[in-house]
Every structure is written in structure tokens, then in C-alpha cells.
Design a binder for this molecule. Structure first.
Ligand SMILES: [Zn+2]
Length: 240
């Protein structure tokens, strides 16, 4: 039971989920959901910091967010592949954690690992539900997959934005745990440099997404399915 979660965020590198959906994870924890993270790589190819440093940073960041579980698939950094061995390993982790909802990276990205992680993650979510696929573990298919859309410049409108105003400080505190990566940095992951400090860039971007739902801070997501509404009068976000 201890490894079961309601929400699982899968991403290529330690620090990816903090950057793209850290506020959402912290918020899910606060309302009582069990939340887990699977980092696909250990960060050994990063320009800054080494794998051991990043491992310690990831543990501290997970504690700040309050997540219950943080696993590592130990795929080679900068060489993430959507191949049979990788799918089998990830299927194993999905069956072990049994999430209802999975957050994946957006399918487009600067870093090839981000793009591959997105496709690999989706394929593994499907395959995990096939009774005869992989090693003898109980099949489990997540109910839903959504994609973290933060910082993307593609002309894709978010399907929804999570209000992270109450957990924005926790998100920033978690990001600051990665001092080896970010102290003095002007860019990271999918965040392009503007000359401003990285932490300020993240605040500005989060405020922009918040403005889309008329709140101080937000994190945007994309999904292929359509959102259901039971009572149209409950629709939020004013038009004028
Ligand atoms: Zn990354």
C-alpha cells in the first residue's frame, strides 16, 4: 500500500516537475491526495552539479512539496529512449504506484529527453494496463494523463490552469533546493533566458498563467480530452 499514489508526475530530470508542476503537486498533497514523482534520469550529464548532489537536492525538494514518494528509473541522462526496455521499466513503476492521474512533460521541447519522456510516459501508461504485458505484476492503467505546459511557446491554449497561489512559495522553495543547478542561472529546462534571474523568470511566468484564470499564480496543463461541465453557471473566470 505504501507505494500507492493518487497522482504521479513523471519527468526526465530531477527538478523538471518542480519547474513545471511543483505548485500543483504541493496543492494536491494539501487537499489530502497521495502524490509521487518518477524522475527518469539521475542527471549525470548535466552541465552543472553531479548526480549525487542532485539526488540530495531532489530529496530535499520532495520534502518541501510534501510528496509521499520519489522514485528514479535510472535511465541514461540525455539518452532517454522510448524502447522496449525503458517501457518495461516504467510500466513496472506505474503498476507499483497505481496512480489515477499522471502528469507528463509536454510532447514538444528543447531537450530531447523531455520530448521522449512524454511519449514514453504515455505509452507506458497504456501498456501498464495490458494483462499480458511485461513481468507478472497486477495490471494498472491510469484513468487520466495530462501534460504540463508551462513555459511552452507553441500556440497551444492550456486546457486548464491550476491556481497555485497558495502553494507558489512552496514551489519556489522546492526549486531553490536545486542550488547546484539554478543559483546564478538565467535559464533552465524549457525556460529561455531574458537576462533576468531564473527565480524571477519563474515568478513572472507563473503570474502570467495565473492571470489567465484571474488569480496571482498558476500552472498550465494540456489534455487531449474535453472537460465535462454539469452546471454551466458554475463556470469560473470572468469574460469582461
Ligand atoms: Zn529537464
Amino acid at each position: 500500500m505504501s507505494d500507492h499514489v493518487d497522482l504521479l508526475a513523471i519527468a526526465a530530470h530531477r527538478d523538471d516537475v518542480e519547474l513545471t508542476c511543483g505548485g500543483t503537486l504541493a496543492k494536491a498533497v494539501r487537499v489530502g491526495h497521495r502524490v509521487g514523482i518518477v524522475d527518469l534520469t539521475q542527471g549525470e550529464s548535466a552541465t552543472r552539479g553531479d548526480a549525487a548532489t542532485r539526488a540530495a537536492e531532489a530529496v530535499r525538494a520532495a520534502a518541501v512539496l510534501g510528496v509521499h514518494l520519489r522514485l528514479n528509473a535510472e535511465f541514461p541522462d540525455a539518452h532517454v529512449q522510448n524502447d522496449e526496455a525503458s517501457r518495461e521499466k516504467l510500466v513496472e513503476l506505474i503498476r507499483r504506484t497505481k496512480p489515477r492521474l499522471v502528469i507528463l512533460p509536454y510532447p514538444v521541447g528543447r531537450h530531447p529527453d523531455h520530448r521522449v519522456a512524454s511519449e514514453l510516459g504515455r505509452d507506458a501508461c497504456f501498456l501498464a494496463g495490458l494483462a499480458k504485458y511485461g513481468k507478472a505484476a497486477e495490471p494498472h492503467r491510469p484513468f487520466k494523463v495530462v501534460y504540463a505546459l508551462a513555459y511552452r511557446e507553441d500556440p497551444v491554449k492550456p486546457s486548464f490552469v491550476v491556481d497555485i497561489s497558495d502553494t507558489f512559495e512552496a514551489k519556489m522553495q522546492a526549486i531553490r533546493c536545486y542550488a547546484s543547478q539554478f543559483d546564478g542561472a538565467k535559464a533552465a529546462g524549457e525556460i529561455f533566458p531574458t537576462g533576468q534571474d531564473l527565480y524571477e523568470l519563474i515568478r513572472v511566468q507563473s503570474a502570467h498563467y495565473g492571470s489567465l484564470i484571474r488569480r496571482p499564480y498558476g500552472e498550465p496543463f494540456f489534455m487531449h480530452e474535453t472537460i465535462v461541465v454539469d452546471d454551466v453557471l458554475e463556470l469560473g473566470v470572468q469574460s469582461f
